[in-house]
Every structure is written in C-alpha cells, then in structure tokens.
Design a protein around this ligand. Structure first.
Ligand code: BG6
Length: 509
C-alpha cells in the first residue's frame, strides 16, 4: 500500500491570523482565582484537575494563583488535597504534585443555600484579578449558584463563568438556564464548554480547511457526494444513569458535539479567528440545517439501544441490564441531515453516534463525486473506481487520510486499487497531544472565547433538535436494539444504503 507520511512544513508566508486567538497559546495566563464547583465530582477528578496539574507542570499557571475546590462534603484543605492526590497523583512527579496542591484550597457549601456562600468570600479578596467560576454541577443548580455569587458581591468585572453541555434538555429549558446565568454574567463573561472544540484534531479541522488551498476548492456540492460524521464509543452507561436516562444520545452527543463538528466542517471561511467571526459562521450553519419535522423522524433518523454483546474481546451487559430495568432511552442515534445553503444544497450528511460500538473512533468522511467519465472501466477492484475520500480522524490515532486510486505495480494488465495518503499527527509531530480541557481551561483564564459556544449557537442547536425529540416521543418511542460491539441497529445501515451509499467502517467494525 502506498502510504506516505508528510510532516508539516513551515510556511514561507506569515498567515493572516487573528492575534487574539493565534497568540492566546503564547500570551501568559494572568494570575487568577479559579473556583471549581463540583470539585469532588467525576469530571473534576478525571479531567479538570489533571488538566490544571498538567498546565502547572508546564509552567503556564502563574505563581500566587489559587484553585478553590467547592463541594458539599465538609473537609479541610489538607483532607481535600490528600483526596485529590489520591485521585490524580498516579504516575506524577511528587514534587510537581505538591507544588500544584499548594495552589489548592477547599470550601464546603451547599449551592442551594445562598448563605453558605459566605465561606467562599475570604478566598476571593483580590477584586482586580481574573476570577473564574467553573460550574461542574447539574444545570438545575446554575441559577441558584449565580444568584448567590451575585448576592455575596463576588461577581467582579474580571469574573467569568464556565458551564458544561448539555445546557437544558430542550430550547425552553436552555433559554431559562441561560437567562438565569445572563442576569449575573454578560455574554462576554460566559464560557459554554463543548469539550470537542478543545480537541487538537477538531482545531486542526480549521487548519486543514483554511490553511491549505487544495481542500477548500473541493468543499462544496460541486465536488462532494456526501459526508459522514461518526463519533463511536466503546464505553457504556458508566454509572451515569441519573443523567443519561434524561439525556440519551441525542441530547448528550448530537445536540452539541456532533453539531459542532458539522459546523466546523461546513461553515464558510470566517474573516479571522476571532471568537465572534468563527461563531457567526457556525451559527449560520445551525440555522441552515433543514428541520426534521416530527412526521419525518422515521425516514430521517434512527434510535438504538445496545443489548449484551462483546466489546474489545470482553462480554458486556446490555443497557437495560446495566441500568437494572427496561428503558426507552437511546444509546445510539443516526440522522440524515441537509444544509440549505448555496454551498451544501443537495449533499446528504449522515451523523451517527453510539455507546458500546465496535470501537472508539471519531471521524469525518468526505466522499467526493466519481470521475465524470472513466477510461478505466472494469479495471478497479470490483470493476468500478472507488471515489476519492478524505477521512479526517479525530480520535484515536488522529490524522488525515486521502483515499485515491492508483495503479497496482506490474507489467501485466493495468489494474487499479484504492490506496491512501496517510498523515498521522502522532508520527508527524513529537509533541504530546494535550487533553481538550488543558486548552479550554487556560482559554477561560486568558479570556479567549473562540472555542466556546455562544448563546445563539446553543439555541439554534436546540431549535433543530427539539422537533426530533418530540417526534421520537410521539412516533418512535422504542429504540431499535443493537448488539454491543456492533455499529448500531440495522436500520442505521438502511438509512444510508437506501441512498446508494454506505457507512465507512473502521477495520474490524
Ligand atoms: C461527553 C458525554 O460529553 O462526551 C459522554 O457526556 C461521552 O457521554 C463523552 O462519553 C465522550 O467524550 P470523548 O472525549 O471521550 O470522546
């Protein structure tokens, strides 16, 4: 197989990048106080504290900054530090960990009891410095938390708030949550996280499209036949029943991660990388998504739920068995969408995501139109020429693969086969690929909003999702079953194959 790894060469021209975004990775993080609500929770232990520790080891976090963990359980700073060391310290250099823990304090309070916020006040005395409140708690607590912060005079001009997706469970609830936050923090102070935007390869999508000339010229209905976006996971319910039973794959993944990927893939080139320039273009795509009315959900969408199977060589339970009861929530969703713009009209875009699929892989596959007239009739593998495909692999093994036709070497009869130009970022660059939260947390501290969702994006995404959710409730209440370790129910194959296309599966998928 003709496989070439091409490292990135330095450009001879200085790209016209927005200084705000491009320099943000180089501009120093100012001294800060970061208050982390939900500090004893899962996200904090798995992602937030490890990301902060990593940034501290890299020397990015200035001396004198503090991280105040907030939780409900009563404990003192030392007890919290000891708990944290146990949860995140594995394999870390002890001196580095200790230096990090010295930045950390702990405050016990109840976000639903405003008077308990008094305990936070002595930790936030420098009103001039950057102050970030990270709400790693259920959205139902956002209003009370913001209200209490305001009541205690903690919301300074340099304060900012960070909230996680999904915001609400439909447009109305999202609006009410965002209104409550908006009464205390301005839009410029609000950072809505979709951690997919912090992933290296997702940012690389912008670079691939807008730092190269060759792709953008092919990036439209003139040359693209169809697009597939897959986010497949191996994990199952993971002790998140309380949350997942209300969300399901549509609200947990499609409303945010998949639609964000679609926006970055499809948006028009922004004039700069400034937050609003990029977000203006993304929101245009969300608004141009052709609605899927309730009456069309059976033709244009598929819901699935995994039953027992084998994933990664290991027997796993079905969703209902993990949950301990029957459930009608979907762990898999596939959608056929269209973007009603001049550029994309007529190009079907297939989105799918699921838990307990054949592997963990996320990718965007762009299939180009076939050659208009083939002079190689009958010489391809099954007689036909395979269309060119660009595979943008987001994880794991991130990279870009361009599938092309080539001649099989030999002096006999001319024969053709698909081969690939294969760029693997892990091989092309020695740099460690950082976790999404490492970038996002320091962007918050630097005041850089490009990789965060603006309010109108969240609303537009819900406007698209709501009719699907209603259609599912009315007409598609029971998801189709799929065996864990496969790539969703057969109906998802039907969704794409009835249009003469098929999912590009990972090897072994
Ligand atoms: C989260 C979802 O936002 O993303 C999870 O709530 C999902 O259900 C996770 O597992 C996937 O993220 P990643 O970074 O592992 O692809």
């Amino acid at each position: 197989m003709l496989t070439t790894t091409i490292p990135y060469a330095a450009s001879s021209r200085t790209p016209a990048m927005s200084p705000e975004f491009a320099d943000s990775a180089r501009s120093p993080v100012p001294p800060f106080d970061l208050v982390l609500f939900g500090a004893t929770g899962d996200l904090a232990a798995r992602k937030l504290f490890p990301a902060l520790l990593q940034r501290q080891i890299e020397g990015v976090l200035p001396d004198g900054s503090t991280i105040v963990g907030v939780g409900r359980s009563e404990m003192d700073d030392d007890a919290f530090r000891a708990q944290l060391a146990e949860r995140i310290g594995d394999g870390r250099d002890r001196a580095a960990l200790d230096a990090f823990l010295r930045m950390v304090r702990y405050v016990a309070l109840d976000v639903e009891r405003p008077e308990t916020f008094a305990a936070l006040v002595p930790h936030l005395t420098d009103t001039a410095r950057v102050r970030a409140f990270y709400l790693s708690v259920a959205p139902a607590h956002y209003a009370a938390t913001c209200g209490a912060l305001a009541t205690h005079g903690l919301v300074t001009p340099a304060a900012r708030i960070v909230v996680e997706k999904p915001i609400g469970h439909d447009l109305a609830s999202a609006v009410s949550i965002m209104d409550a936050v908006g009464r205390v923090f301005t839009e410029a102070q609000t950072y809505r996280i979709d951690h997919y935007l912090g992933k290296e390869t997702v940012q690389n999508l912008l670079v691939l499209r807008f730092a190269n000339t060759i792709f953008e010229r092919l990036w439209s209905n003139a040359d693209v036949d169809h697009v597939q976006i897959t986010v497949a996971e191996e994990v199952g319910l993971e002790a998140r029943a309380g949350y997942y039973e209300k969300a399901g794959a549509l609200r947990d993944m499609v409303q945010n991660h998949l639609l964000q990927l679609l926006c970055l893939f499809a948006m028009e080139p922004p004039n700069t990388l400034d937050a609003d320039a990029v977000r203006d273009e993304k929101v245009r795509i969300l608004k141009a998504l052709r609605p899927i009315p309730e009456g069309e959900v059976l033709q244009r969408t598929v819901r699935g739920q995994y039953r027992p199977g084998v994933v990664g060589g290991r027997a796993v339970k079905g969703y209902a068995e993990e949950l301990g009861r029957e459930s009608a929530i979907e762990t898999f969703a596939a959608l056929r969408v269209e973007i009603d713009t001049w550029r994309w009209a007529g190009v079907p875009i297939f989105l799918r995501t699921g838990k307990r699929m054949s592997g963990r892989f996320s990718e965007i596959v762009v299939t180009f139109r076939p050659v208009p007239h083939s002079i190689f009739a009958g010489l391809g593998a099954d007689g036909a020429l395979a269309p060119n495909r660009l595979v943008i692999r987001l994880q794991p093994d991130d990279g870009v693969q361009l599938v092309t036709m080539a001649k099989i070497p030999g002096s006999g009869r001319l024969r053709l086969r698909e081969t690939g130009l294969d760029l693997r970022f892990g091989e092309a660059f020695e740099n460690r690929s950082p976790d999404a939260y490492e970038r996002l947390l320091t962007d918050v501290l630097r005041g850089q909003q490009t990789l965060f969702m603006r309010r109108d994006e969240v609303e537009a995404a819900w406007r698209f999702i709501d009719p699907i959710a209603r259609g599912w409730a009315d007409r598609y209440p029971v998801p189709h079953r799929y065996t864990a370790g496969t790539n969703g129910p057969a109906q998802a194959v039907g969704l794409i194959e009835r249009e003469g296309r098929s999912w590009l599966e990972q090897p072994g998928g």
